[in-house]
Design a protein around this ligand. Structure first.
Ligand SMILES: [Zn+2]
Ligand SMILES: [Zn+2]
Length: 390
């Protein structure tokens, strides 16, 4: 061990990273993963984990500071390689990578449980020819063909461990979890269908577009009004704010989502723009229900707007008008009215761009112009904001 540790330290200290071949380095690491797997398997056979009364997998995960699934991979590889000498040699020499070897070992473990055998040479050849993902697909199909009942049990086991966490942390939400193949495919299909670039000016990364696609899908679900009622009301996003805060006056209290999560006044304005605002707190914290009719768009106005627009009004955006929200060119809290000349339909992404992204919307006669932040001549008004930046 000491010899290896010294060699690694010398290499890390002295190697010129510009001349390190990633493929050779990765082969070496994979080869050592094989050695680690064999060592963990030996330790399990010596029952070392029983000293700590942990399962072998938990013990290995703790010892190697890795996840349970990573530890399970290595224990499986360590066990299976004992009876697959050609694969062990292929992993040592770099002919087959660790992830490919683990795929083959899991398959052998599974089909071995019903007494079936694997053609080692054929699978080494598969590992050479296929990407890791394709190899996993072939292995899954093989397993399904050899042992459909076992495959079904695995699917059911996966179903049992399905989980989703949604936690609020540091001013953002974090989503984490494990979805079943079928569940994940449904989520991915919806997100993919809503995460294409919108218009020529769409600067978002694919990650950001996927986020926006997911959020847009949720807003569409909220807007459809088909979700089950909770405490007698349809699920909706509540914001608590004040008229002063919506006008972005200095010293106005912050707007909040349910649970006291602070949002910017610009976000509150956007949520209020299409009638999502639930109630307004007056100064002095007196709750005043402003009522939807006072600013929300009436069904007939919405119909008139849909008759004039087939898509989101932002140039180049093809989001159908049914998936948009009415935007008040002059925001209602600043006196903008809910009449048809003051309304345009905007999709989730462009509505946000206009409220929070610094774009301006200006009506010039019958035309509506969208001005990007870097081409604006700011005209200051009483509340210190650009004139039409509703
Ligand atoms: Zn708006
Ligand atoms: Zn749009």
């Amino acid at each position: 061990m000491e010899v290896l540790e010294d060699a690694v330290r010398v290499f890390q200290r002295e190697a010129d990273l510009d001349f390190v071949d990633p493929r050779r380095l990765s082969t070496l690491i994979d080869s050592l993963q094989g050695t680690l797997s064999a060592a963990l398997h030996r330790a399990r056979k010596r029952n070392e984990h029983q000293v700590t009364s942990q399962s072998a997998c938990s013990w290995a995960a703790r010892q190697c500071q890795m996840s349970l699934s990573a530890a399970a991979d290595r224990l499986c590889v360590g066990e299976q390689l004992e009876s697959m000498p050609r694969l062990a040699e292929a992993l040592r020499s770099g002919e087959v990578g660790f992830q490919a070897a683990a795929t083959i070992c899991h398959l052998r473990d599974r089909v071995g449980a019903i007494g079936a055998r694997l053609d080692e040479e054929m699978w080494i050849d598969n590992a050479r020819r296929f990407s890791v993902k394709d190899l996993r697909d072939v292995a899954a199909r093989t397993w399904h063909a050899v042992d459909p009942a076992g495959f079904d049990r695995k699917v059911e086991n996966d179903h049992e461990v399905r989980q989703l966490f949604i936690s609020e942390t540091g001013g953002m939400y974090r989503i984490d979890g494990w979805l079943t193949l079928e569940g994940g495919a449904a989520v991915k299909t919806v997100v993919d269908s809503l995460s294409k670039p919108l218009g020529a000016d769409d600067q978002r990364t694919s990650k950001q577009r996927r986020h926006d696609g997911l959020v847009e899908a949720m807003h569409l679900a909220l807007g459809a009004g088909t979700l089950p009622r909770r405490n007698g009301v349809r699920p909706h996003i509540s914001i608590t704010t004040t008229v002063e805060s919506l006008k972005r006056e200095l010293g106005a209290p912050a707007s909040e989502l349910e649970g006291g999560l602070t949002i910017s006044s610009k976000t509150a304005q956007r949520l209020a723009c299409d009638g999502a605002l639930h109630r307004v707190l007056k100064a002095g914290s007196v709750v005043v229900d402003v009522g939807r009719v006072s600013r929300a768009v009436s069904p007939s106005q919405w119909r008139a707007l849909k008759a004039r627009h087939r898509t989101c009004a932002f140039p180049g955006c093809d989001r159908p008008v049914n998936m948009t929200n009415p935007h008040h060119i002059e925001f209602w809290a600043r006196g903008g009215r809910s009449d048809i000349r003051n309304l345009i339909p905007l999709c989730y992404f462009h509505h946000r761009l206009v409220h929070e992204g610094g774009w301006q919307v200006i009506r010039a006669g019958d035309r509506v112009e969208f001005i990007p932040p870097d081409r604006q001549i700011t005209t200051r008004r009483r509340w210190g904001e650009s004139r039409w930046a509703a």
